[in-house]
Design a protein around this ligand. Structure first.
Ligand code: ADP
Ligand code: MG
Length: 240
C-alpha cells in the first residue's frame, strides 16, 4: 500500500508551497477520477456506484484534503457516501489497522439511520483492513464495551455513545481523527443538543469534522459553530 498512499498524497497535496484551491470537479467526473484508494474504488464499483451525486462531487475533494465540511442537501441526495468515503480514505492513508482502536466516530440520530450507514460502511469498507462497529444500545453496555477498544470506526447514537464515555472503564475518544455528524438537524430535533455538547467537550480538538444536514436551521448553525473549524460550506439546492 505504501506506493499507493504516496501517489494519493501527492495528488491531494501536489505542492505544499503553492497549493491551489481549485476544487470544482466537473459534472462528468466519475469516482475513478478522484484520488481514491483501490480498496475504496473496488467497494464503490461492486455496489455499482460510478458517478458521484452533486453533494458528493462538491464536497469530496475538500473532505479528502482534510477540511471540515458543513454540508446541506436534501434527503436522498447521497450524503452517506459523502462522509464514508473520506473516513475510509483518511484511515487508509494513515495506515490504520484494527489494533489502533477508535479513529472515526459517526453520530446518527436514530438506530435505524445508524444501521443504514453501518450497512453501507461494511460494503464500502469490505476491502480495507479496518474494523467497524455499531453502538446504539442494541446489546448490553458491557458487551458493547468489549468491542469498543478494537473498533476503528464507530457508528453510534449520541446518548449511547455518551453513556460509554461516562461509564465504560478506560474508554476514551482521545485519539479520534474524524467526527461525522450525520443528519444533524434530526439529531437536534430529537433533543440531543445537550448530549452533543457533552460528547463534543470530551473529543480532541485536533480532528476533522464533517457535518451533514438536510436543512440549515439555527440550531444546526449553533452546532456547526461548536464543532467545526473554518468549515467549507457545501450546499446543494434542489433544482426548480
Ligand atoms: P441522504 O443521506 O442524503 O438522504 P443517502 O446517502 O441515504 O442519502 O443515499 C440515498 C440513496 O442514493 C441510497 O439508496 C444510495 O445507495 C444512493 N446513492 C448514493 N450515492 C450514489 C451514487 N453516487 N450513485 C448512485 N446511487 C447513489
Ligand atoms: Mg442520510
Amino acid at each position: 500500500d505504501d506506493a499507493e498512499i504516496e501517489a494519493l498524497s501527492s495528488k491531494l497535496w501536489p505542492n505544499f508551497d503553492e497549493e491551489k484551491e481549485e476544487l470544482k470537479p466537473s459534472s462528468s467526473m466519475t469516482f475513478a477520477d478522484f484520488p481514491l484508494s483501490k480498496k475504496t474504488l473496488t467497494g464503490l464499483s461492486e455496489q455499482k456506484f460510478v458517478t458521484p451525486t452533486e453533494i458528493q462531487r462538491e464536497s469530496l475533494l475538500f473532505a479528502l484534503k482534510g477540511h471540515d465540511i458543513l454540508g446541506a442537501a436534501k434527503t436522498g441526495s447521497g450524503k452517506t457516501l459523502a462522509f464514508l468515503i473520506p473516513v475510509l480514505e483518511l484511515l487508509f492513508r494513515q495506515r490504520y489497522t484494527p489494533g489502533f482502536g477508535l479513529a472515526a466516530l459517526i453520530m446518527s440520530p436514530t438506530r435505524e439511520l445508524a444501521y443504514q450507514s453501518f450497512d453501507m460502511l461494511r460494503k464500502m469498507g469490505k476491502h480495507h483492513d479496518l474494523s467497524f462497529g455499531l453502538v446504539t444500545g442494541g446489546m448490553g453496555l458491557k458487551e458493547e464495551a468489549k468491542k469498543l477498544t478494537s473498533t476503528n470506526v464507530i457508528i453510534c447514537t449520541p446518548g449511547r455513545f455518551l453513556q460509554h464515555l461516562e461509564q465504560t472503564p478506560n474508554f476514551t475518544a482521545d485519539e479520534l481523527k474524524v467526527l461525522v455528524l450525520d443528519e444533524a438537524d434530526k439529531i437536534l430535533h430529537m433533543g440531543f443538543a445537550e448530549t452533543m455538547n457533552a460528547v463534543l467537550s470530551s473529543l480532541p480538538p485536533q480532528r476533522q469534522t464533517l457535518l451533514f444536514s438536510a436543512t440549515q436551521t439555527k440550531s444546526v448553525k449553533d452546532l456547526a459553530r461548536l464543532s467545526l473549524k473554518r468549515p467549507v460550506y457545501v450546499s446543494v439546492h434542489e433544482k426548480a
